[in-house]
Design a protein around this ligand. Structure first.
Ligand code: IPM
Ligand code: MN
Length: 357
């Protein structure tokens, strides 16, 4: 029997609730599909800061490095906003991504038929949406130097640096090519090369790498236009290839096409070693502890983990199908309620999904 060791980081806010559901679902899948999964839970984010004064303790990072995959719920809380930047939960997340060299963030945006009326956009605009955001994750303005604040002057200043070298752009482009080849062979590279030098290098490097790819069609789009196109005609996109900051913004925008950000999974990968699989949404401290959160983005992240991280394709598919069955029966969490649905709690919808596996 195949045996996997995964690290579960349930983090902050709604994290523990959606993680509880994910654990039960993974146990059921492992029985149904005949593999063994050891789930090691570690502190990460605000909870790790509370206990160790560090949102990404070494012990947690080491366990993650030695695992087959990492499943992460979410981190953050407004109560940590006044901490020094390096102590905040978000910095822990950036440290984890960087420590595992997770340069490729994959965010698939797929409309689930039964949720077509939950989107704020019209049905005819979103019905054929099936796109993937490929976001560079450990470079760009998130990590660029110099960065800082100067407060001891009359008018305080702060600055960050958006920087890429061509090798960072090349490796993320190669990932986008791999993905596009398994899909509709279209890549739209998003930048701001009409203003930024770093974006000009992005555009030139992507074009260079792509020139050997005869099967794939490449287009380039400025990020402001891309934001507009994502709400005007999102079905035009297949693979969106972009930098760290632009990908962050566009993926939240794209998430809402599906009706709720509570539906969007992601995978953060490198070319070898464990990936981190996590929902795109945050920790929603306003609804934490109420058992009303939507666990589906985390379950779909678990499905990406099974497929990409563990090569358990059948288990991944059976989880996706179980989610679709439950939704098609009209069960929803509160965020997806359209007024006619059967609204369930986080744990209840988890049980329904487990019953369908
Ligand atoms: C995301 C999040 C993170 C990011 C934050 C929490 C640091 O918004 O994964 O999209 O900006 O990358
Ligand atoms: Mn984000």
């Amino acid at each position: 029997m195949k045996k996997y060791k995964i690290v579960l980081l349930s983090g902050d806010g709604i994290g523990p609730e959606i993680s509880e559901v994910s654990k039960k679902v993974l146990k059921k899948l492992s029985k149904a599909h005949n593999f063994d999964i050891e789930i090691i839970e570690k502190l990460f984010g605000g909870v790790a800061y509370e206990k160790y004064g560090n949102p990404a303790p070494d012990e947690t990072l080491i366990q993650c490095k030695n695992s087959d995959a990492v499943l992460l719920a979410c981190v953050g809380d407004v109560k940590y906003d006044s901490l020094a930047r390096e102590l905040r939960p978000e910095s822990g997340l950036l440290k984890l991504r960087s420590a595992l060299n997770l340069f490729a963030n994959i965010r698939p945006v797929k409309i689930r038929k039964s949720l077509i009326d939950s989107s704020t956009l019209k049905k005819n605009i979103i019905e054929n949406v099936d796109l993937i955001v490929v976001r560079e994750l450990i470079g760009g303005i998130y990590f660029g130097n110099p960065r800082g604040q100067i407060y001891n002057i009359k008018t305080p200043k702060a600055f960050n640096t958006m920087v890429y070298d061509s090798s960072e752009i090349e490796r993320i482009t190669e990932i986008a090519i791999k993905i596009a080849n398994q899909r509709r062979q279209k890549i739209c590279s998003v930048d701001k090369s009409n203003v930024l030098e770093v974006s000009q290098l992005w555009r030139d490097t992507v074009s260079n790498v792509m020139s050997k790819e005869k099967r794939i069609s490449l287009s380039n789009m400025y990020v402001d236009n891309a934001a507009m196109q994502l709400v005007r005609d999102p079905a035009q996109f297949d693979v969106i290839l972009t930098s760290n900051l632009f990908g962050d913004i566009l993926s939240d925008l794209a998430a809402m096409l599906t009706g709720s950000i509570g539906m969007l999974p992601s995978a953060s990968l490198n070319n070898n070693g464990p990936g981190v699989f996590e929902p795109v949404h945050g920790s929603a401290p306003d609804i934490a502890g109420k058992n009303i959160a939507n666990p589906i983005a985390m379950l779909l992240s678990a499905s990406m983990m099974l497929k990409i991280g563990l090569s358990e394709h059948n288990a991944a598919e059976s989880l996706e199908n179980a989610v679709d069955k439950v939704l098609s029966k009209g069960f929803r969490t509160a965020d997806l309620d359209d007024g006619h649905s059967k609204v369930l709690s986080c744990s209840e919808i988890g049980c329904k999904i487990i019953d369908e596996i």
